[in-house]
Design a protein around this ligand. Structure first.
Ligand SMILES: [Zn+2]
Length: 138
């Protein structure tokens, strides 16, 4: 996939509003596609570890929009995790390569305390390496 299925603007339309968790998911998915370079819509699989409540689950819409890993295709899986343990694992099924993106807890704290507009801007502008700890493995 050379470009994401949906732009961030389209993802906001799909989701209904612009929020920090949508953007975090969107950016995580973009990064996964960049690193793992899946060739087709069915190649990538995402396992999300997040608290199973809004707003954390907003990240799932971001991931679906930027990766094409969707509920309908069953290539996105959701597991309950503590707020200190939010991470996403992306797997390229063509070659088995995996990318883990672990959200820094400092970012979570920053997002939780800010209002939605400020928090959205914060996660949109911050370099990716400050948001997620990245690990690539086979
Ligand atoms: Zn939301």
């Amino acid at each position: 996939m050379t470009s994401p299925p949906l732009t961030l603007e389209e993802a906001i339309k799909l989701h209904g509003h612009k929020g920090p968790w949508l953007i975090l998911g969107y950016r995580a998915g973009l990064r996964a596609c960049e690193v793992l370079n899946p060739k087709g819509y069915h190649s990538l699989h995402c396992v999300a570890y997040i608290p199973l409540k809004i707003p954390y689950t907003c990240s799932l819409d971001g991931i679906q929009a930027s990766t094409g890993c969707t509920l309908g295709k069953l290539n996105i899986e959701i597991h309950r995790a503590d707020v200190k343990d939010i991470h996403f694992i992306f797997i390229n099924k063509e070659n088995g390569k995996k990318l883990e993106l672990r959200l820094n807890y400092d970012i979570v704290k920053e997002v939780i305390k800010g209002d939605m507009i400020k928090a959205s801007k914060f996660v949109e502008e911050r370099p990716l390496w400050k948001l997620f700890k990245e690990r690539l493995y086979d």
